[in-house]
Design a protein around this ligand. Structure first.
Ligand code: 16G
Ligand code: ZN
Length: 521
């Protein structure tokens, strides 16, 4: 621990700066983050000693601008770090230089950590210019507490989650290398596409927007493994453009338009990754030049419908549920509940909330509307083997489960699952889009003078409990429109209040969102 005090002086905290471990870790301008990285190296080492497992630290700011950076911690099974330790992360991050040791000892005492335990930390980073030195600061933190590190260098966020899970399950989940990841996924994908007959080259072709980030790099690496069963046309591959600038999943979802630099033919399937490749959205333009977005809700519908059918065919009586947030389009919820008859549940925003809710079911398909999600499943080979293993549906289920990155939302894995499902069902992007029609919607953000946290919500953020009267006002406004719904919530990543509205027409959705934002202000 004495080494910590020496080494920490090389990663000094600017006095007075305070940051919070938010929905997805620390995230801000890269110049404020060196001390945070060092300290997260320390915390990951403690977490490793405590859990007697390997812990992951990912250096990335996802879809934020290139100048930003951030860090997220990964728990033993590849899930996001548990809430109590998010609190420790904030505590450690904000300790002034001379009280760092005291705070560190406080955590060791509270968690009763045996400092003689070994520690192992996996570290990864995205392609931001600042990521190299920031990940070095994480490695410094770990080694100053005597922990062992494995630096994976440039990887996507979900690849690092996968590595951590592989390591702690002793290879049961796969082998903890980037090559092992490509092999596991491509094998499953090739097995699935064998079940799709007469695929034309057009059907095998997919336009991918790599957001000028790590996803583009990794897609290039993976392509040979897919043996032309998927022919990726990559744009925004990082060779000239700036990370997340006018491209990427967040841009496409929020702007509801195609990224720059993509040459879309009529009806051609396209998708966009975000800056660390844990999010994906699909889209196409129709013959009239209209842009159609296939977001996380459409993805959840496609995948859950497919899985439900396979379960029935395989004779497996397992419970399947779809987990959404308040942002899920009302049409998707109605379709899933009324037509597909699957259980739908709603949680607060933030993938960790969806992930935990999904684990309550045998199979939980969870997606945020913004395209972040995956499937968590209790299905394993033992269950499948009991179920006439030769059966087509059983084989398909097995390969599908292997293709899914169950630790966290993964753009590459999600993309391959979607491509396989479309291929097996012989569906085009238009067929997929036609499953249900989205209600027109609008999202706005409002900057409030007061602390945004005066807004407190309940019922998975769908209703405001404070300030008093706000919810009544929203209810009154909603009643003026047809098929309308609206809610407000304080953002977990920006100093703004977010407003969401949907209604039967775009004009109504726009006008409702506008009226509600005035009520917030
Ligand atoms: C973070 C979350 C994302 C969520 C978003 C909401 C993770 C990995 N990411 O980016 O899931 O949709 O925050 O942001 O959990 P907001 O609170 O600003 O609306
Ligand atoms: Zn991301």
């Amino acid at each position: 621990i004495e080494l910590v005090s020496q080494k920490s002086k090389l990663h000094p905290k600017p006095e007075g700066l305070t940051l919070q471990y938010g929905t997805a870790g620390f995230r801000t301008h890269a110049k404020h983050l060196d001390h945070i990285m060092f300290r997260m190296g320390l915390l990951a080492t403690l977490r490793s000693k405590k859990t007697k497992s390997t812990i992951g630290v990912m250096v990335t700011a996802s879809h934020n601008p290139e100048e930003d950076n951030g860090v997220k911690l990964i728990d033993p099974m590849g899930e996001m770090v548990t809430a109590a330790w998010e609190g420790y992360a904030t505590q450690l991050a904000n300790a002034e230089q001379d009280s760092l040791l005291k705070e560190l000892k406080d955590i060791i005492k509270k968690e009763d950590i045996d400092m003689s335990e070994p520690a192992s930390v996996y570290v990864g980073k995205d392609t931001r210019p600042s990521s190299a030195s920031l990940s070095q600061a994480v490695l410094d933190g770990v080694s100053s507490l005597g922990g062992k590190t494995h630096d994976y260098g440039l990887v996507t966020t979900p690849q690092l989650h996968y590595m951590v899970c592989c390591c702690n399950t002793h290879g049961c989940y796969g082998s903890p290398t980037v090559e092992g990841y490509y092999q596991k996924l491509s094998q499953a994908f090739l097995q699935l596409t064998q079940n799709a007959l007469n695929r034309t080259d057009d059907q095998k072709r997919l336009l991918v927007d790599g957001a000028n980030g790590i996803g583009a790099l990794k897609m290039r690496e993976m392509e040979p493994f897919l043996r032309s069963e998927l022919q990726v046309v990559l744009s925004n591959d990082g060779s000239s453009g700036k990370l997340n600038h006018m491209c990427g999943a967040d841009y496409v979802k929020v702007q509801q338009k195609a990224p720059q630099g993509m040459n879309m033919g009529v009806g051609e399937r396209c998708c966009s990754f975000d800056g660390d490749a844990d999010r994906i959205v699909y889209y196409y333009t129709d013959s009239k030049g209209c842009f159609h977005l296939l977001d996380g809700d459409k993805i959840a519908t496609l995948i859950s419908t497919y899985l439900k059918e396979l379960l029935t065919q395989a004779g497996l009586n397992l419970q399947i549920a779809v987990v959404q947030t308040a942002y899920a389009n009302g049409s998707s919820t109605r379709y899933l509940e009324d037509v597909m008859k699957v259980t739908v549940c709603c949680t607060k925003t933030g993938v960790k909330h969806l992930h935990h809710a999904a684990q309550e079911y045998d199979i939980g398909v969870y997606f945020e509307a913004n395209g972040h999600g995956t499937v968590s499943s209790l299905l394993n080979n033992a269950i499948l083997q009991r179920q006439s293993p030769g059966k087509r549906a059983v084989k398909l289920l097995e390969s599908t489960i292997n293709l899914i990155n169950q630790t966290v939302g993964d753009a590459i894995s999600d993309m391959l699952v979607i491509e396989a499902v479309l291929a097996i069902r012989g569906m085009s992007a238009q067929d997929w889009d036609a499953i249900y029609t989205d209600l027109p919607n609008r999202q706005l953000k409002v900057t409030v003078c007061a602390d945004r946290r005066v807004i407190d919500t309940t019922d998975a953020e769908r209703r405001a409990v404070s300030p008093e009267g706000l919810q009544d006002t929203i209810d009154t406004l909603v009643k003026k429109y047809k098929s309308a719904r609206s809610f407000v919530r304080p953002s977990g990543t920006e100093d703004v209040v977010r407003v969401y509205a949907e209604a039967d027409t775009q004009e109504s959705a726009d006008s409702l969102a506008h009226e509600v934002s005035l009520a917030v202000y």
